[in-house]
Design a protein around this ligand. Structure first.
Ligand code: DGY
Length: 329
C-alpha cells in the first residue's frame, strides 16, 4: 500500500455525484483511484491496489470483485457496497466466506429504470431512432401513409414482463396507463397490485408465445445466462420485439441477431449488452435495433440516492451496526 493511503480506508472506485462525495468524505476515510476525477473504471491492477488495506469498498457494476481482489484487500475488509441493485459483479459467496457484508441499492432506482425501459420500448416499436437518422440524412421526404409504421402499443398490444419485481411492476404500471395487456413471470405476478392493474401471471413459455413486446427485468444469476436464446427467440411471436434493461448476458446476442436478420423479430431495444462495454457488431449495423449505454438508472436524483445508500451502508457496518440493504446469499 502506498504510504499516503491510510489504514482502514474506504476505497471508492469511481467519483460519485458531488452531493454524495460530500456525504462520503464527511463520514468515511475515502480514497479514490489514481485518476480520481475521471469517470472511468480502474483497471484490474488499480482495483487490486486500491483495495489493499481497505475496511470498506464502494464499487460499481463494472468492478469484478472476486477471490483475488478480496485476498489482496486483506482480512480487515468488512463491507462491500455496490452502487447498483444488481450484484452479479461480486462473488458474494467468496465475500461471505470471509465474513464480509455485501450490500446493494434496492428500492431507489425502480422508477428511473422503468421510465427508461418504457421509453426504450416506445422508441423501438415506433422506430424513433431510425426516423431521426432518416431526417438527419437530409434525404427528401414527404408524409407517407406507409412511412415508419410501427406497433400501436395502445391498440391491445401485449407486454410480457419477464421477472415482475420492483422495476417490472413499475414498468407494468406504465404499460397499464398506455392500455397494454400485461403478462408476467415472477414472484409478484400474483400480488394484489399486479392483479389490480390486470397483470396475468404466466410461465415463460406462454409469455413468449403471446407477447408483442417482451421486456426483461430479472437479475443475472449463475442459472439464467442466455435465458433468451435461440429456442426462446423462436418461440416468440412473429414480428415481436425484445427490450432488455436488466443485464446483457440474459440474452444470447448472436441468436438475437439471427432472429432479427430473418425478420422473425421486428426489433430490439438494448440498454445492456452481453459483453459490455463491447457492442455486438451485427446488432450495431441493424436499423431496427436501438442501443443505449446502460443508462437505466441515470436520473440525477436517482444516482444521488444510489450513492448515498451505498455510503450509508458502509457507515453502518463500520460503526458496528447492521447494513441497511444487505444482499442475501
Ligand atoms: C443496477 O442498479 O443494477 C443498474 O443496472 C444500474 O443502472
Amino acid at each position: 500500500m502506498s504510504p499516503t493511503v491510510p489504514e482502514n480506508h474506504v476505497f471508492l472506485t469511481r467519483p460519485l455525484p458531488e452531493r454524495v462525495m460530500h456525504e462520503a468524505r464527511a463520514s468515511l476515510p475515502v480514497t479514490l483511484t489514481s485518476h480520481p476525477t475521471k469517470d472511468v473504471p480502474p483497471n484490474r491492477q488499480e482495483l487490486i491496489e486500491g483495495c489493499r488495506g481497505a475496511s470498506g469498498l464502494i464499487v460499481m457494476l463494472t468492478d469484478q470483485i472476486d477471490d483475488e481482489v478480496l485476498d489482496a484487500a486483506g482480512p480487515q475488509l468488512q463491507v462491500i457496497a455496490n452502487v447498483a441493485v444488481g450484484f452479479d459483479n461480486i462473488d458474494v459467496e467468496a465475500a461471505s466466506r470471509r465474513g464480509i457484508v455485501v450490500t446493494n441499492t434496492p428500492g431507489v432506482l425502480d422508477e428511473a429504470t422503468a421510465d427508461l425501459a418504457f421509453t426504450l420500448l416506445l422508441t423501438t416499436v415506433r422506430r424513433l431512432v431510425e426516423a431521426d437518422r432518416f431526417v438527419r440524412s437530409g434525404k427528401p421526404w414527404n408524409w407517407g401513409p406507409q412511412s415508419f409504421v410501427g406497433l400501436d402499443v395502445s391498440a391491445g398490444a401485449t407486454l410480457g414482463i419477464v421477472g415482475l419485481g420492483r422495476t417490472g411492476m413499475a414498468v407494468a404500471r406504465r404499460a397499464h396507463a398506455f392500455g397494454m395487456s400485461i403478462v408476467a413471470t415472477g414472484s409478484r405476478a400474483t400480488s394484489s397490485e399486479a392483479v389490480e392493474i390486470g397483470v396475468a401471471a404466466s410461465d415463460l413459455e406462454h409469455l413468449l408465445e403471446i407477447s408483442d413486446v417482451v421486456s426483461l427485468h430479472c437479475p443475472l444469476t449463475p442459472d439464467n445466462r442466455h435465458m433468451i436464446g435461440q429456442a426462446q427467440l423462436a418461440a416468440m411471436k412473429q414480428g415481436s420485439y425484445l427490450i432488455n434493461t436488466a443485464r446483457g448476458p440474459l440474452v444470447d446476442e448472436e441468436a438475437l441477431a439471427d432472429a432479427l436478420d430473418s425478420g422473425h423479430l421486428a426489433g430490439a431495444g438494448l440498454d445492456v449488452h452481453e459483453h459490455e462495454p463491447q457492442i455486438n457488431a451485427r446488432l450495431r449495423e441493424m436499423e431496427q435495433v436501438v442501443l443505449l449505454p446502460h443508462i437505466g438508472s441515470a436520473g440525477s436524483a436517482t444516482r444521488d440516492a444510489m450513492g448515498s445508500l451505498a455510503v450509508r451502508n458502509v457507515t453502518e457496518v463500520l460503526s458496528g451496526r447492521d447494513a441497511l440493504t444487505p444482499v442475501d446469499l
